[in-house]
Design a protein around this ligand. Structure first.
Ligand code: NAD
Length: 507
């Protein structure tokens, strides 16, 4: 450790020439803690220890792992207030939002405890018609060591849900939390060490910046689960491609919400203002653009503007929206607002003056936003909503589907919600609500296009961390066999003719 002054960069206080991570208390701006940065040597040691522990972890079987995952779940519940306070300090979100992360993490553990064996246990499949003497089945086997690289916006539940699935599938895991929220990642691992003292190397962490993430991948993990921005995700994918390391890529989004002519406008306004500004708009699934049908446009704008004006920003106990911990995001938010205003949009709430101090951004509702403005086409990642007027829901669907992302979405319609939702080329949709798909641990979560590939949560999230190993075992003599050279002459021609007759019915 050093006593010198930390370097202040566009990303806030980022430490001493990259040798330390310094976190700040988002409520006060004061230094919170310092962490030495882990380098390639530590990454290699962590991967070696994880690899050694992984075999015994898999050998425990579902019951043995469940027993330990349950102990970890209890420990997280026991110390839930402690980690909620840490999330509040490092990330700045209100303590109740932090508590929701803790509850959600416990919920994901509950899901894998109840479902891992059903989803990942041995599965028999019928013998093939061509080889009735073969018993066939699938076993889902762990990759080995999984590297989980996480973001700062949901520092517990986002990497936590992935870690939980990977562990339940029988892998050892190394977590590299964001440099803005390393304490939360470390806390999760310490809770593991407390609850599961016989398998400490099965869940470890490495602290640092991007270079530490690169070192983790270079140390030879068997799978990488990356959550973060599109740009970084593509860089990480390029590194993984060099070693054909499989990936889960959970990237950004620019989530659209459709307000149809038959929407309940009070419900829509209440859910959308929360979905757009809650968590300071720092959600990959935060609602970013509302496509509102013109017949209800003015009424919707009046309602949502009224609600957005009431959102309380700050770090006090009654604040609903906290600061922007990634200070380099503030110029991006301003750029998107300025671009929309320059193209003829109006801010009914907020606007360019909404940035107060160096870390707080108030809610902004931009109306009459052209569909090609930055606020409508790019991830703003702030407490802003771009409202775009559309002739009908067909136009709204086309605009959402034309975008490069495809993560979450929402639809408000009394009668056609499901029909509209089904036509959106996205990973997830809430109907007559906002963001609710992420609250159900059984629903797979992920995107398409620039939002990434692979899935976390639910059955798909468990299978993401296990590869299917197919088995075919001979149980008796072959009646018709193509698997030796002693196949009877004419057998293949006879089988093809029989198949043709069966399919064509003699025609
Ligand atoms: P980021 O891309 O800046 O960083 C993410 C993580 O990658 C951090 O831990 C960082 O240290 C690490 N990293 C940076 N460069 C790296 C490299 N070259 N190799 C390996 N690791 C590297 O993202 P962020 O600002 O922490 O998170 C915000 C972004 O994450 C937003 O775009 C948001 O939409 C997205 N996000 C997506 C999901 C999802 O599930 N799809 C969830 C939360 C956040």
């Amino acid at each position: 450790m050093t006593n010198s002054t930390p370097t202040v960069t566009r990303d806030g206080v980022v430490g001493f020439d990259g040798r330390e991570v310094v976190t700040i208390d988002q409520a006060t701006g004061a230094e919170l803690a310092r962490y030495p940065v882990d380098d390639s040597e530590q990454a290699a040691a962590a991967v070696a220890a994880a690899r050694q522990a992984a075999g015994a972890w898999w050998d425990l079987g579902f019951d043995g792992r469940a027993q330990r995952l349950r102990a970890w779940q209890r420990e997280i519940a026991r110390a839930g207030e402690e980690v909620a306070a840490l999330i509040h300090a490092e990330n700045g979100k209100p303590v109740d939002d932090a508590r929701s992360e803790v509850l959600g993490t416990i919920g994901h553990l509950q899901y894998v405890l109840g479902n891992a064996e059903r989803v990942l246990g041995r599965r028999d499949v019928p013998a093939a018609q061509a080889a009735p003497n073969q018993q066939a089945w699938i076993e889902y086997q762990p990759y080995g060591v999984v590297g989980v690289i996480g973001p700062w916006n949901f520092p517990l539940i986002t990497p936590g849900a992935i870690v939980i699935s990977a562990l339940a599938a029988g892998n050892a895991v190394i977590l590299k939390p964001s440099h803005l929220t390393p304490g939360v990642g470390q806390w999760l691992v310490r809770a593991w060490e407390t609850a599961v003292p016989d398998f400490p190397a099965v869940l470890q962490h490495l602290i640092g910046y991007g270079a530490t993430g690169q070192a983790l991948i270079a140390a030879g993990v068997d799978k990488v689960a990356f959550t973060g921005s599109v740009t970084t995700g593509k860089t990480v994918a390029t590194q993984c491609a060099q070693t054909a390391t499989p990936m889960l890529l959970e990237l950004g989004g620019n989530d659209g919400v459709i307000v149809a002519e038959d929407a309940d406008l009070d419900e829509a306004a209440a859910h959308i203002v929360w979905g757009a500004t809650g968590n300071t708009g720092h959600g990959c699934i935060s609602l970013e653009v509302a496509y509102v049908v013109e017949s209800v446009y003015d009424a919707f704008v009046a309602k949502i503007s009224d609600l957005a004006r009431q959102v309380r920003v700050g770090s006090d106990d009654d604040a609903q929206v906290g600061p922007v911990p990634l200070t380099s995001q503030i110029p991006v938010i301003r750029e998107h607002i300025a671009d929309a205003l320059a193209r003829g949009a109006t801010a009914t709430v907020g606007g360019l003056d909404t940035v107060t101090g160096d870390r707080y951004v108030g809610p902004t509702i931009l109306v009459d936003v052209p569909a090609d403005a930055l606020a409508a086409t790019e991830e703003t990642f702030g407490p802003t909503l771009a409202v775009v007027k559309v002739a009908d829901t067909e136009q709204a669907i086309a605009l959402i589907n034309a975008g490069p992302y495809g993560l979450g979405s929402a639809v408000f319609s009394r009668g056609r919600g499901e029909a509209i939702a089904r036509r959106l080329r996205v990973g997830m949709t809430s109907i007559n609500d906002a963001l609710t798909f992420t609250m159900n641990p059984a629903l797979p979560f992920g995107g398409r296009g620039d939002s990434g590939y692979g899935r976390k949560h639910g059955e798909e999230g468990l299978r993401e961390f296990a590869y299917p190993h197919s088995f075919s075992a001979k149980t008796g003599p072959a009646r018709f066999s193509a698997s030796t050279f002693d196949r009877p002459a004419g057998a293949a021609a006879h089988a093809l003719a029989a198949t043709r007759d069966r399919l064509l019915g003699g025609n």
